[in-house]
Design a protein around this ligand. Sequence first.
Ligand SMILES: Cc1ncc(C[n+]2csc(CCOP(=O)(O)OP(=O)(O)O)c2C)c(N)n1
Ligand code: SF4
Ligand SMILES: [Mg+2]
Length: 302
Amino acid sequence: MKKYSIPDIELMEPGHLACPGCGAAVGMRLALKALGEKTIFVIPASCWSIIPGAFPHSAFDIPIYNAAFETGGSTASGIVAALEVLGDEETTVVAWAGDGGTFDIGFQALSGAAERNDNFIYICNDNEAYMNTGIQRSSATPYLAWTTTTPADDPKDRPKKNMLEIMADHRIPYVASVTIAYPDDMIRKIKKSKEIHGTKFIHLLSPCPPGWRIPPEKVIHLSRLAVKARVFPLVEIEDGQQYTININPDPIPVKEYLEAQGRFAHLSDEDVEEIQHEVDHEWRRLLKRTEFGSALIHSDQR
Ligand SMILES: Cc1ncc(C[n+]2csc(CCOP(=O)(O)OP(=O)(O)O)c2C)c(N)n1
Ligand code: SF4
Ligand SMILES: [Mg+2]
C-alpha cells in the first residue's frame, strides 16, 4: 500500500529553468498532478514566464498562455468564455500568478473575475516578493522582512495583506491555503476546487532560496515550519462563510521559523516578540471564525 496518495502522472518535465530548490517548482509539479492533462494555464509575468523555457521548447505537457503582468484574472475569464463558445466542458482553466501579480498589480483583474464568479482556479504562488526582477517588496512581503527595496536597516514596516480573507469576502465558493510540506492536503484541495463551479482561489506559500536567503534543501522544511509556527495556517473557506482549519499543529515558536531565514537575520529579540504577538492574535481571530472557535467562545462565556 502507498503511504501517500500523490498521482503518478507527470506533466512537468526535467530541464525547466527554476533555481535549484525552488519551492514553487515542487508546487507546480504537485498542482499539475492534481489537475491532469485537460488543463490550460494562464501565467502572468513572474518567474513562471521563464521557468517552462523559451518557445518552441516547454517543460510543460499542457498549454500555457503567457499573459501581461496585471491580467491573470481577466485573461483566464477570456479563455473560459472562449471554451464555453466551443462547447468544451472538460478543460480546467488555471491562472498561476505570483504574489506581486495577485496582491498588487493583478488584484483588479482578479477581483473583477471573482465578483463575476467566473469559472476558473486561481493559484497565487506566493514567494513573498517580486522575485523574477530581483527580490523587491510586495504587499505579500512579511512585516520586517529584508528585500532589496526594504534593506535590513529599513525593513518593511507594514503587515502582509490577508489575501485569503479578502478573497473570502468576495463570497466565492472556495478559498484554500496550501504548502508543499503537506502534499496530500494540497492535492486534495486542488482536486476539490476542480469539481466546484465558479472562482476558486488557492494560496500557495512557496519558499524561494535566493529571496528568503535559505539553503535550497530547506524549502520543504520552511514550508512545514510556516504551518507549525501558525504563520501560514492551512485552511479552507467555503462560500466566504464556512471556515475549516485543516492542520491544527502543536505550535512551535515563530522564532524557529524566522531564525531559519537570512531575510530576518537583522531582527532583534523585541522584533521577534512583536511578530509572535501578531501571529498569536491572527490565530485567535481565525479560530473565532471556525466552528471549533465558536465552540470555544461559547464555553468561555459559560
Ligand atoms: C506592467 C509590468 N510591470 C513590471 C513588469 C516587470 N516584472 C516582470 S515579473 C515581475 C515580478 C513578478 O513578481 P511576482 O508576481 O511576485 O512573481 P515572482 O517573480 O515572484 O514569481 C515584474 C515586476 C512587467 N512585466 N509588467
Ligand atoms: S527566484 Fe525564487 S521563485 Fe524564482 S525561480 Fe528562483 S527560487 Fe524559484
Ligand atoms: Mg513573488
